[in-house]
Design a protein around this ligand. Structure first.
Ligand SMILES: Cc1cc2nc3c(=O)[nH]c(=O)nc-3n(C[C@H](O)[C@H](O)[C@H](O)COP(=O)(O)OP(=O)(O)OC[C@H]3O[C@@H](n4cnc5c(N)ncnc54)[C@H](O)[C@@H]3O)c2cc1C
Length: 328
């Protein structure tokens, strides 16, 4: 009996997982590779001694009808839940309520619960950074930074941010242009645990002045532990000017900015940690969908191909998988 085609996907963030789910459903043999210890990419949750913090994606929305239908299935499976924060905005008029009727979703009980569920039993080579793609007799081999060669695979999908996709694609002279032209903004995220509750009337704030961009209370999200944990995220511009600051400096400056937004002295901290995202979000919106060199069995996807959000990553992964299936 003929073997189903084998597909390697480099990157187990939302775009790679989205492609993997669709290809798996159609019976293809899918293997994922990721340089991190697990799946999820920028949809990340950090487990710490003080509890879990969502350090990347804070929540996601669903506008596209296919994505909405998929999200409904995730809701029914309990992989995600609706988050209804008391939302405020901070701008030149100070702090004020800013409610809307947007449906906001989060992984349940943490962001990575969704990536775990999407991964299912797909084989994942974690802590494996792919450094080179080699085409040999109509098939692909992937070489990692330890020099180990994986494969052969009939088709490959590159589902990594543009700065990481560009060198892989440039070396094989295919599809590298869009990745080379796309730049990503950086960001700093800070996890804070307070010894006492913050005395504030909100769960999250869109900050439109100063170094902060976003403030969120972890415990307001469904399924989370009852902690006094908060996440702060910087603006891209502030991060760009503070890329080489130490985590301690960043924690100090962003915590100070939080005190200024709240207009109050903060309780003592029982936990603090900072994470730098060198490639947080694309700095402009593109609409490539996915990139394809079908004759070579090569496809590229990622949030940077569709709009820079979690929904865009899912849509891009679907498009890469569909383009691949069309050419089988
Ligand atoms: C701080 C922050 C806040 C955000 N907030 C939101 C939000 O509130 N709402 C929203 O919708 N979106 C948000 N986003 C964006 C959202 O997280 C992304 O759009 C989405 O997660 C991107 O998925 P992806 O699969 O395209 O890329 P990624 O999640 O980056 O996945 C790529 C994967 O590839 C791996 N990789 C890279 N290079 C290699 C290599 N050479 N070999 C092997 N593996 C490799 C990486 O480890 C990673 O796991 C946020 C992002 C950040 C950073």
């Amino acid at each position: 009996m003929n073997q189903p085609p084998s597909v390697a996907i480099i990157g187990a963030g939302m775009s790679g997982l989205s492609a993997a789910s669709l290809l798996r459903e159609t019976g293809l043999n899918v293997t994922l590779f990721d340089k991190s210890r697990g799946s999820g990419g920028r949809m990340s949750s950090k487990r710490t001694s003080a509890g879990t913090f969502d350090m990347g994606t804070q929540y996601f929305t669903a506008r596209d009808s296919a994505f909405s239908a998929t999200v409904d299935a995730w809701l029914a499976a309990g992989w995600v839940a609706v988050w209804q924060p008391r939302l405020f905005r901070y701008d030149e008029h100070g702090l004020h309520p800013s409610s809307d009727d947007q449906r906001r979703l989060v992984g349940n009980p943490r962001m990575t619960a969704l990536s775990r569920a999407l991964l299912a039993d797909t084989p994942l080579h974690s802590s494996t950074r792919i450094e080179q793609l080699q085409r040999d007799r109509q098939q692909w081999r992937l070489v990692d930074t330890e020099g180990e060669s994986h494969g052969p695979f009939d088709q490959i999908i590159v589902a990594v941010p543009p700065a990481q996709a560009a060198p892989l694609l440039r070396a094989i002279g295919s599809l590298s242009g869009p990745a080379e032209r796309t730049s990503m903004d950086p960001g700093w995220a800070v996890a804070l645990g307070f010894a006492q509750p913050l005395n504030v009337p909100f769960d999250a704030v869109f900050v439109r002045s100063g170094p902060l961009d976003w403030i969120a209370r972890e415990a307001s999200k469904p399924g989370r532990e009852a902690t006094q944990n908060w996440v702060l995220q910087s603006t891209p511009a502030w991060a760009a000017g503070h890329l080489d600051d130490s985590p301690e400096q960043v924690i100090q400056e962003l915590t100070q900015a939080l005190a200024e937004v709240l207009g109050q002295r903060l309780p003592d901290l029982s936990f603090q940690q900072a994470h730098r995202w060198l490639y947080a979000r694309p700095n402009e919106t593109s609409d490539w969908g996915a990139l394809a060199a079908p004759d070579q069995g090569l496809f590229v996807c990622g949030d940077w191909c569709v709009g820079g959000r979690l929904e865009g990553a899912w849509l891009s992964g679907q498009q890469a998988a569909k383009a691949l299936l069309e050419r089988l």
